[in-house]
Design a protein around this ligand. Structure first.
Ligand code: HEC
Length: 273
């Protein structure tokens, strides 16, 4: 039975291996569920579909608690390393207004590079210690970089010059649809099939646009945190094995989800419950 299930998953992912087709079907599903929403509205996550929650969110946005993180991030970003080099020396356009272009396929490394990984690779290249991925300094730097990228449209490419890029995308897609954990849920069961419905006291957001608003200041965290921290939180909810932040699995998942969200504006950093 289990083997059969795997075979079906393999077959389905292999049969619809075309990312453009995936993207079309993914969006059509949400268009049917939420016919009033335009593509860019999905940047607001749950607040695009929950009018009451949206109202209190807009009040918090008047004095957004992530402002201090942006300031701190700008400071860290501009502080030179011990060797006098900067993050900006490692990044295209010196790191400004580039968040919508990540994650990126890197042909020479043969893997998906998220902006968080690019920052840590820059530190290591310059003889500095990498930063922990879920919160703190890296979340603040990412908040500043996202802020400089606000309103830029997510634009993720899966280059057809390197078949490994498509494979990474497919692995991300498979991860998204695969059931896991003691509760045996996939991401899709909550965020596709049940988007807009309630689970306990929480309404479930659509996955379309899930990568647009990061990092986010969660009231529950009382601080700013990264997308992979949130991915990990969703694994906890279903009592699944917790993957490492920035592992191949989660970077490929981010690649898949970001590609689904192409054309949606970056509006990070953001606030969420
Ligand atoms: C049991 C249901 C459930 C499953 C399974 C689940 N999530 Fe979630 N997820 C939630 C809830 C509840 C929230 C908070 C409300 C919301 O924004 O949907 C959330 C929030 C999120 C957010 C934040 C959205 C935002 O706007 O800030 C992301 C990203 C996310 N989930 C991704 C995933 C991914 C990827 C998976 C699979 C690895 C997954 N989730 C599996 C229930 C689930």
């Amino acid at each position: 039975m289990r083997l059969l299930k795997w075979f079906v998953i393999f077959f389905v992912t292999a049969a619809f291996a075309n990312p453009e087709q995936d993207q079309l079907l993914f969006r059509q599903h949400y268009q049917k569920l939420f016919p009033k929403l335009k593509l860019q509205d999905y940047a607001d996550g749950i607040y695009a579909i929950d009018a009451d929650a949206r109202e209190s969110w807009q009040i918090i946005e008047e004095f957004p608690p992530y402002e201090l993180a942006i300031e701190a991030g700008e400071k860290w970003f501009n502080e030179p390393f011990a060797n006098g080099k900067h993050y900006s020396d490692c990044l295209p356009n010196k790191g400004i207004a580039i968040s919508h272009l990540y994650p990126k396929w890197d042909e020479s490394q043969g893997k998906v590079i998220t902006l968080a990984l690019a920052l840590n690779q820059c530190l290591e290249k310059n003889g500095e210690k990498p930063l922990p991925y879920q919160k703190g300094k890296i979340a603040e730097i990412l908040a500043y970089l996202a802020y400089t990228s606000r309103d830029k449209l997510i634009n993720i490419k899966i280059p057809d010059t390197d078949p490994r890029a498509l494979k990474a995308y497919q692995q991300g897609k498979q991860y998204y649809y695969q059931r896991r954990g003691q509760l045996n849920f996939s991401c899709a069961i909550c965020h596709v099939q049940n988007a807009g419905k309630f689970i306990r006291s929480e309404r479930l957001s659509p996955s379309l646009g899930h990568t647009s608003n990061w990092p986010t200041y969660r009231l529950k965290w009382g601080e700013i945190g990264t997308l992979h921290r949130r991915f990990i939180g969703c694994h906890r909810q279903i009592r699944a094995k917790i993957p490492e932040p920035q592992s191949d699995e989660l970077r490929n998942l981010e690649y898949f989800l970001s590609y689904m969200g192409n054309g949606i504006p970056i509006n990070g950093p953001s606030i969420r419950k």
